[in-house]
Design a protein around this ligand. Structure first.
Ligand SMILES: [Fe+2]
Length: 616
C-alpha cells in the first residue's frame, strides 16, 4: 500500500510513477497510476494498493503534478494515451526492498526435454551464483539434486528500440536452467530451486510425463500476454488473468494426471519493455511450475527489420512487432526440446525453440515457426517432413501441429494473405499426406474451428483433411473484423463461410483430451469457465462436432459438451468441483510508504480514462 498526504489543490491528473531500479530518470517509469483512484484524493491524501513483482531491484515511487495544458499529443503510449508529464515532481518515496531479496529464485517454469523420464525447470534470480534444483517423490525428502546453468543476455544483444533503449531495457537477471532426471512415469515429484546461501523457493510439484499413458491432457492457446497492475507504455492483456485462473482450476481438478500447456506464440507481449516479461512469468508461475509450459515463436517475440529470412512477398508481413527483442528473451527464457537454431545475423544470440516435437501419451505434438523459413528446401521444412513421416501411429494415433500464424482464418487479416497462401502451398501437402489430425494456430485473437479441410475444401474425415483451429483468444484484445462479403465489402455483414464451423469473439482457451480411440478439443470461455464448442476426432477418421449451435441442427450428429472431457474413470464434474482459485499476480507487500508533499498548482478536473483501441 502506498500512502500520501499533504497534496495542495489536488488535480485529477496528479499521478504516481513506479520506478525500478530506484535511480531511473523521471520519464523511465515502468508504469503509473492516477491518484484519483483513491476515494479521498480530492482531500489531498489517499492510498493505492498494488501487487509488485520482484524485478531484482528496489522500487521507488514518485508523485507528479501534470496539467491538461501540458499534455503532449505526440508523446503517446501504445494505446494512444498521452504519456504523463514529469516536469513537476511533488514527492519521492523511500526505496522499497523485497524481503525475500534479489537472490530468490522467481518465475519458475517447467518443460519437457529431448529425453523421456526428465523434466526441465527454469527460473530467474538476481545474480549468477550457483543454484540447484532438489527433488523427490516425497515433500519431506527432496533427495536428488542437480546444478543449474546460469546465463543472461545484455542490452547490446537487443536489435532495436525499445528493447535496446534506456526506457525499455532493464537488467533481466540471470536465467537458470536444469533438468530433473530418472523420473518414474506418471509419478508426482516435489521440487524446489535455489541455494543454501541465497535461499530456496517454496516447494512445487508436478506429475512426470508418462509416454505410455493411455490418456493425454493439454491446455492450449495463443496470444495470451499478461496483465500489469499499472498502466505502462504498451497495451497489456487483462483477460489473461481469467485464462490462467480457469486453467489452474482445471489442473487442480486433474489430481494426479499429467498434463501440459501449449502457448503458441505472442507470449508476454513485452515487445521490448523488459519488465513485462517478469510480469508475465510471475503471472503464469502457478500453472507453469506445475505442468510443462511449451511455446512456439510469434511475431511479437521475434519480428525485426533485419530478420534474416524476409522474402519479397513477406516484406509487409514481417515488420517490427518484436519491439527490438529479435527473439533473444524468447530463446533464453525458454528451452524447448529439439535443437533448432537460426542465426539472427546480428550480435544477438541465435534464435532457439523454433521447431520441435515430442510424444505425450497418445498424441504426437509438433511445434513450428511461422516467423522463419518454412518453405520447401529449408531446414524447418525438412524437419517437419521427417518428423511427420516417422510418427508411430500405433503408439500415437493422433498428430497435432501448432504454429503461430494461421493457415486458415476467416478474419479479415489482409496483411497475412500471402503467408497463408505459402503455408497452404508448402506445408499443407505435408499435413495432408501424413494425416495430421489437428492444426492449431494463433495470431488472430479469436476462436475459430474449421471443418476437416484441405485446399480450402471441406472433407469428411480428418485423414487427409486436418481439422484447423484458431486459438489466439487467450488475452490480447485487438482484432480486425471478420471477412466481409466479397460483393458487399463495405457493409457490416460478415457471413460465416461454410468451412468455418464455429467462430466467436469470446476469450478463453482450449482443452485437449485424447486416448487411443478419440481426441477431443473443447473451447472453454473465460466469462463462465464452461465449454462452448467441442470437436471429437475418432481414430477411425470420423469427425464429430458438438457445440451449442450445432445441437440446433437436427441431422448433425452431436456430442454433449460435457460428456467427453475426461477418461471413463473420472467424472466430468471434477473439472469444476474445486472452483476457481484466486490468482495473485506477483507478490503482495504489506508495505506502507508515507508521502509528505507540497502542492503547487491547481488544475481543472477532467477524468482521464485509458482506452485500449488499437494494436500496432
Ligand atoms: Fe501474432
Amino acid at each position: 500500500m502506498i500512502q500520501w498526504s499533504g497534496v495542495d489543490s489536488p488535480s485529477d491528473l496528479d499521478w504516481l510513477g513506479l520506478y525500478s531500479p530506484p535511480e531511473s530518470p523521471n520519464d523511465h517509469f515502468i508504469g503509473y497510476k492516477f491518484l484519483n483512484e483513491s476515494s479521498t484524493w480530492k482531500d489531498g491524501f489517499g492510498s493505492i494498493s498494488l501487487p509488485l513483482t520482484n524485478l531484482r531491484s528496489n522500487y521507488t515511487f514518485r508523485i507528479f503534478r501534470w496539467s491538461e495544458s501540458e499534455i503532449d499529443p505526440k508523446h503517446k503510449d501504445h494505446d494512444q494515451n498521452p504519456l504523463p508529464g514529469t516536469k513537476h515532481l511533488l514527492a519521492e518515496s523511500e526505496q522499497l526492498t523485497f524481503g525475500s531479496g534479489v537472490g530468490m529464485p522467481e518465475q519458475i517454469h517447467l518443460s519437457f526435454t529431448n529425453m523421456v523420464n526428465t523434466m526441465r525447470v527454469m527460473f530467474v534470480a538476481g545474480d549468477g551464483e550457483e543454484r540447484f534444483v532438489r527433488y523427490g517423490e516425497s515433500k519431506d525428502l527432496l533427495g536428488n539434486s542437480a546444478a543449474a546453468r546460469g546465463m543472461r543476455y545484455e542490452r547490446e544483444h537487443m536489435c532495436d528500440s525499445p528493447a535496446n533503449s534506456t526506457i525499455g531495457w532493464r537488467d533481466p537477471g540471470w536465467i537458470f536452467d536444469t533438468v530433473m532426471k530418472n523420473l518414474n512415469d506418471g509419478v508426482r515429484y516435489y521440487y524446489q530451486v535455489g541455494s543454501d546461501s541465497k535461499g530456496w523457493s517454496e516447494i512445487h510439484s508436478y506429475i512426470a510425463r508418462d509416454v505410455t499413458a493411455e490418456e493425454t491432457v493439454a491446455f492450449m492457446f495463443g496470444d495470451m500476454g499478461c496483465a500489469t497492475p499499472y498502466t505502462t507504455f504498451i497495451r497489456t492483456q487483462d483477460e489473461s488473468i481469467s485464462t490462467v485462473k480457469w486453467i489452474l482450476r482445471d489442473i487442480e481438478a486433474l489430481g494426479d494426471k499429467p498434463a501440459m500447456i501449449s502457448h503458441i506464440g505472442d507470449i508476454s507481449y513485452a515487445r521490448g519493455y523488459s519488465w513485462v516479461w517478469d510480469e508475465f512469468f510471475a503471472q503464469v508461475e502457478p500453472i507453469a511450475s506445475t505442468v510443462p509450459y511449451h511455446v512456439c515463436i510469434g511475431n511479437h517475440e521475434y519480428d525485426f527489420s533485419t530478420q534474416p529470412w524476409k522474402p519479397d512477398w513477406a516484406a509487409s508481413i514481417y515488420g517490427n512487432d518484436g519491439g527490438g527483442e529479435c527473439g533473444v528473451p524468447y530463446s533464453l527464457k525458454f528451452n524447448m526440446p529439439g535443437n533448432s537454431s537460426e542465426s539472427t545475423g546480428m550480435k544477438a544470440p541465435p534464435t532457439r525453440n523454433l521447431y520441435y516435437s515430442y510424444d505425450m501419451g497418445t498424441v504426437h505434438f509438433v511445434y513450428i515457426s511461422t516467423e522463419t523459413n518454412f518453405l520447401k528446401g529449408g531446414s524447418q521444412y525438412e524437419f517437419i517432413k521427417r518428423d511427420l513421416e516417422s510418427v508411430d501411429r500405433k503408439k500415437t494415433p493422433f498428430v497435432v501441429v501448432q504454429g503461430h500464424r494461421p493457415m486458415y482464418t476467416t478474419s479479415n487479416e489482409v496483411r497475412d494473405t500471402m503467408i497463408r497462401q505459402k503455408m497452404v502451398e508448402h506445408l499443407e501437402p505435408l499435413f495432408v499426406k501424413n494425416n495430421v489430425t489437428l492444426a492449431l494456430w494463433g495470431h488472430v485473437h479469436r476462436y475459430e474451428r474449421f471443418c476437416p479441410i484441405s485446399n480450402n475444401t471441406c472433407g469428411t474425415q480428418w485423414q487427409g483433411n486436418p481439422v484447423h483451429l484458431v486459438i489466439g483468444m487467450a488475452g490480447q484484445d485487438w482484432q480486425p473484423i471478420w471477412q466481409p462479403r466479397p460483393n458487399h465489402p463495405d457493409l457490416p455483414i460478415f457471413p460465416q463461410p461454410e468451412q468455418s464451423m464455429y467462430r466467436t469473439g469470446e476469450f478463453g482457451y482450449t482443452r485437449l483430451v485424447a486416448n487411443k480411440e478419440k481426441l477431443t478439443v473443447s473451447f472453454v470461455g473465460n466469462h463462465d469457465g464452461e465449454v462452448h464448442d467441442t470437436v471429437e476426432m475418432l481414430a477411425s477418421g470420423v469427425v464429430i462436432s458438438g457445440s451449442k449451435e450445432s445441437t440446433k441442427i437436427p441431422n448433425l450428429k452431436t456430442v454433449p459438451a460435457s460428456a467427453t472431457l475426461m477418461g471413463k474413470s473420472e467424472s466430468n464434474a471434477l473439472w469444476y468441483a474445486k472452483g476457481a482459485g484466486l490468482m495473485v499476480v506477483g507478490v503482495l507487500l504489506g508495505f506502507i510508504i508515507g508521502f509528505f508533499t507540497r502542492g503547487k498548482k491547481s488544475s481543472s478536473g477532467n477524468r482521464w480514462i485509458p482506452v485500449k483501441n488499437e494494436e500496432t
